[in-house]
Design a protein around this ligand. Structure first.
Ligand code: TRP
Ligand code: SF4
Length: 341
């Protein structure tokens, strides 16, 4: 495509997550599982985007939470199978070059592009701000995200539907830079995660921490079972002897994701003939989910027992990322007519 040559000739993946703390099953199904699989085919760079997290921080106390959130989140990444031997795992602020590139990209980014981003308008509304009072950092959020990606000349960005407008903007910013200063950056492509949506325990909305309808990956089997037992089922099934409707029951939709196929058929038959009750059905689902999570929990325990090793992983990842970043910044300085320091 462009000058994004890397020694191994594999595509370069970049993706990031804001450090919000412990991840849940929806994060795993919706993103993390895919990140793990992509390691087989791409050179992958995975980043805990702590500077992005600062766009909504207003106090020392908020800020202090970011560090422990990074630790919790990265442990979940490693537990899920992100392999630090193959992939670069690092913390955004450990590579200050991204802030340099952010500033330089802001010179080629029309304000109108940023004001039109749907996530921007939404965030401003959510935060009870106006376009006058909102901080400059939030307006530039997609510019920083673009810097994240193209600093490493990544060509492929695995994200969910909600991030499509951001990556579209990244392509436009990269294209504009290339037009002004010569071919430098690949235009990053979205790689949509084709995961079925995991609905939360309330059966109402997608699994999310803020709605408290989630199952933490790191929860104990007992806690997981306890929470699964609170899941909403077919609301018309007021008593045990009324047949259920699996197609409207979220417990059934989770069985389809976590229970072996032949057992799922039994769930369907026994539900629709009232041969099983919802309590037993949920008990079985909890067992399926716990079996699914067991390998993650095992790996999490191993990493958790070696906190200095996890710190070393992030340190090494930061060093490897910085090496690539420094080369890109050198090239950008040259193209933009800045002298090397
Ligand atoms: N904006 C993304 C989110 O909120 C996180 C993110 C930051 C990101 N930088 C990125 C995602 C670069 C992909 C690539 O989910
Ligand atoms: Fe849902 Fe299972 Fe109850 Fe049927 S038996 S309504 S699938 S929880």
């Amino acid at each position: 495509m462009t000058s994004a040559t890397n020694a191994s000739k594999r595509g370069v993946i970049f993706s990031g997550m804001r450090p919000t703390g412990l991840l849940h099953l929806g994060n795993y199904i919706g993103a993390l599982q895919n990140w793990v699989a992509l390691q087989d085919e791409y050179d992958c760079i995975y980043c805990a985007v702590d500077i992005h997290a600062l766009t909504t921080v207003e106090s020392r106390a908020d800020a202090a939470g970011i560090q422990s959130n990074i630790e919790d989140m990265v442990l979940d990444w490693l537990a899920a199978g992100i392999d630090p031997e193959r992939s670069i795992v690092f913390v955004q602020s450990h590579v200050p070059e991204v802030m340099t590139l952010h500033t330089l990209l802001s010179m080629v980014t029309p304000l109108g592009w940023l004001m039109r981003v749907p996530t921007f308008k939404e965030k401003v509304r959510q935060m009870d701000e106006t376009e006058e009072t909102v901080n400059y950092g939030l307006v530039g959020y997609p510019v920083l995200q673009t810097a994240d990606i193209i600093l490493y000349k990544a060509d492929t960005v695995p994200v969910g539907q909600d991030q499509i407008p951001h990556i579209e903007l990244s392509r436009e910013i990269a294209r504009r830079f290339n037009n002004f200063f010569g071919d430098t950056f690949p235009e990053p492509q979205v790689k949509l995660t084709e995961a079925p949506l995991l609905v939360g325990l309330d059966g109402q909305a997608k699994m999310s921490k803020s709605l408290d309808n989630h199952l933490d990956l790191a929860a104990t089997p007992e806690d997981t079972a306890r929470r699964v037992m609170t899941a909403f089922t077919d609301p018309q099934r007021a008593t045990r002897n009324i047949p259920g409707r699996p197609e409207v029951c979220n417990v059934y939709s989770m069985h389809r994701m976590f229970t072996p196929p032949n057992a799922v058929n039994a769930v369907y038959d026994e539900c629709t003939t009232a041969a099983r009750g919802c309590v037993d059905c949920k008990r079985q689902l909890a067992a399926s989910i716990n079996a699914f999570l067991e390998p993650l929990r095992e790996r999490r325990r191993e990493y958790q027992a070696r906190p200095e090793y996890v710190r070393e992983i992030l340190h090494e990842g930061g060093k490897r990322a910085r090496n690539i970043a420094a080369r890109t910044i050198e090239e950008v300085y040259e193209k933009m007519g800045l002298t090397q320091p």
